[in-house]
Every structure is written in structure tokens, then in C-alpha cells.
Design a protein. Structure first.
Length: 372
């Protein structure tokens, strides 16, 4: 998410300076690779890179090819085969063992819905959007349709070229299916052997409702910003909840527990962290949080504190959705100190939202990305 945000931001810098650029997108991977389909890198005519398509082994060559695309103003597909261990050019340094297909598109500023603008639309609302990218994997192909459409629940945004391509109709017509996808898929176009469509859901960034403005919440906000997540900070003390202590936080509210949730809107990508160190404040908060569709509610502190909160609410007639409440919150990684605890908590949030067990990767039987 952070990578896409940075690409969009850099695009506007190039636009302001009239500096030509191209977008490189991983569209298909066979075997193992550091990045998966949907990884992107923006390349300027002067060689500046934003984002990445690998762990570093492909960027140099992709940069040169992107500059050629900028010069010719014509999209191309580049295939990197890292399965040959005798190949000293790619993959050997990282131990890659896959075939990576990368689409490189020149960005035309005058195109109203160029690939970057479609990305921006996809990130513009707190709802899942789907990007459609059409590619011909034949290395001799002279035409690459490229990133053509952004599909949202209520509307579709099609580039001028997309409106002329019948190939996309089968995807655009099934909006409900598209917006239900959790991860990218690439589908062969039935009528063409080498023509594929990358169907890529773009989910809203995680939004943390962070209750508590003590020193231990500062690392949470910093790590969240590194991930491109949004943070709304709420505390009853104006001496603590302010921009001086929490620069870069999206929103800061000084509120009592009774008013803490006023005007807040939850969705499937919103989580709540109770870190106030104030039992009564959090007991009131939890009453308001329980009915909301939050996939994760974290409670800082010992387990007996959470059990005491549950007991109070049950005595008032509330049913406790234990499957959505994590108290104590965080992964059991031996965290000590506010920075390590923040790492533990945000890692748990990511595991919960991705429906992962948060175990050791070495214990997986198959590829790391097999079930993403």
C-alpha cells in the first residue's frame, strides 16, 4: 500500500516538472519470485526509481528497458527467467527460481485515465477496487493493451482504449465477483493463447482507531505510517493527544469515552486498539465497539484485565465476540518495551486481516505466496 501511495505522489512531481516516466508492473510469475503480480515501479527518464519489482536483482535492467519505452512511447513486455542457476545476470544473488513477466508502460500525462490515475482512483475510496491489466505474453507481440480499467462497486472507470476492447467485457460485467476477490489472479483470455488479464483487487489501507496517547502508542503510529496505514488517535487529554507528540497521524481527537466514537465509520479494514491504561475509559469504549463490524479489537494489558472487562459487559447483557477480541493483544514473540510491543501488535493485526496463523515460514510445506 505504501508503495502505491509513493508512486502516485512521485507521479505528480514528474507531472509538475514535465518529466517523462514509465510504469513497470509484475503481471505474472511462474515459480518463485521476491515480488508477486501487482508489484510496481515508477521510472523517470532521468533514471529515478520509486517502488520495486524485485529484491534488487531486476531493477537495473528494468530501468534501462523502461527508459527505452519512454523514448519510443510504446509499451513492452519483458520476461526474466531466474530458474537457470548458471545465469549470472538475474536471480542468482537472491536464490530466485521463477519466471517473472513485467509490463512496462509509458505514462502519458494527457491521458485522463492513464495507469497512475487509475491507481489513484482505486485508492480514493475506502472500498475494494479492482484494476484490470491486459497483456500479451508473446515476446514478439507488437501491441500491449496495458492497465485499462478500475472497477468499483458503484462504477467502472475505463480508459479510452479499454472501451474499444471486447476482451475486458467478461471481467467488467461481473463486478460483484471482482470486488469479492482477496488476492490477484491472472486469467487467460479464452480466444487468445498468449493474451492474459491480471485481475488485481486493491484494498483500502488498514485504519487503526488508536485509543490512548501515552508514550507507548508513539511507536504504533510510526510503524503504521511506514506501512501506509491510516491512524485516528483518540484520548481524553489534550496535553497528550496533539500533533507535536504525534506528527503525521491522520486525525487526532480529544474526547471523553462517551463521545470517543462519534462520527467514526468502521469497515472490514478498520481495527481498534485500547491502550489508554484507564479501565473505566476502556469499559465504556468497549460497549460502543462491540456492535461494530471490526475484525480486530486489541486490548493492552494482562489477561485478567480483559476478563474483568468481559465480566462487566456480560453482566450488562452484552454478548462478547471473543473471536474478534485480542486481549492481551500482540504475538507471543518476547516483546519488551514499547517499540517491540508495537511490532508484536501490528504483526498480529496483519496476520488476522490476512487470515494467517503467524507461524514460522520455514514450517510451510509449499511456497510462501501460495495462499496469498
Amino acid at each position: 500500500m505504501k508503495e502505491l501511495q509513493e508512486i502516485i505522489q512521485q507521479y505528480y512531481t514528474y507531472l509538475a516538472n514535465n518529466e517523462a516516466c514509465a510504469l513497470a508492473t509484475v503481471v505474472k510469475v511462474d515459480g518463485s519470485a521476491y515480488r508477486r503480480p501487482g508489484a510496481r515501479m515508477l521510472v523517470s527518464e532521468n533514471g529515478q526509481l520509486t517502488g520495486a519489482i524485485s529484491g534488487g536483482c531486476l531493477e537495473g535492467d528494468a530501468l534501462r528497458k523502461a527508459q527505452a519505452v519512454i523514448f519510443k512511447q510504446k509499451s513492452s513486455i519483458v520476461t526474466y527467467d531466474t530458474t537457470d542457476e548458471d545465469d549470472q545476470k538475474f536471480g542468482i544473488g537472491l536464490g530466485c527460481n521463477g519466471i517473472i513477466h513485467v509490463l512496462i508502460e509509458p505514462i502519458q500525462f494527457e491521458e485522463v485515465l492513464n495507469p497512475i490515475k487509475l491507481l489513484e482512483i482505486a485508492l480514493g475510496k475506502r472500498e475494494t477496487a479492482v484494476l484490470l491489466t491486459l497483456v500479451d505474453l508473446d515476446p514478439t507481440a507488437t501491441d500491449q493493451p496495458g492497465t485499462l480499467a478500475c472497477i468499483q462497486a458503484e462504477e467502472s472507470h475505463l480508459s479510452s482504449r479499454a472501451q474499444k476492447l471486447s476482451h475486458l467485457n467478461q471481467f467488467i460485467d461481473d463486478t460483484a465477483y471482482l470486488t469479492s476477490l482477496q488476492s490477484s489472479i491472472i486469467q487467460k483470455i479464452a480466444s487468445e493463447e498468449t493474451l492474459y488479464c491480471l485481475v488485481e483487487p486493491i484494498h483500502p489501507p488498514v485504519h487503526i482507531w488508536l485509543f490512548g496517547a501515552g508514550n507507548d502508542t508513539i511507536p504504533v503510529t510510526k510503524f503504521a505510517q511506514l506501512l501506509g496505514w491510516e491512524v485516528t488517535l483518540i484520548d481524553g487529554r489534550k496535553t497528550h493527544a496533539n500533533e507535536v507528540r504525534f506528527p503525521g497521524v491522520n486525525r487526532i481527537f480529544v474526547r471523553s469515552a462517551e463521545d470517543a466514537l462519534e462520527g467514526l465509520s468502521a469497515d472490514a479494514h478498520t481495527v481498534a486498539l485500547l491502550m489508554t491504561h484507564n479501565f473505566e475509559y476502556e469499559a465504556t469504549l468497549l460497549e460502543g465497539l462491540l456492535p461494530l463490524p471490526l475484525p480486530y479489537i486489541g486490548i493492552l494489558g494482562p489477561k485478567k484485565k480483559s476478563l474483568k472487562l468481559f465480566e462487566r459487559l456480560e453482566n450488562k447483557g452484552f454478548a462478547i465476540p471473543h473471536e474478534r477480541i485480542y486481549g492481551p493483544m500482540g504475538l507471543h514473540i518476547g516483546a519488551e518495551g514499547s517499540e517491540a510491543i508495537a511490532l508484536s501488535v501490528l504483526s498480529e493485526i496483519m496476520a488476522v486481516l490476512h487470515h494467517k496463523p503467524a507461524g514460522f515460514l520455514r514450517e510451510l510445506d509449499g511456497p510462501i505466496h501460495a495462499s496469498l
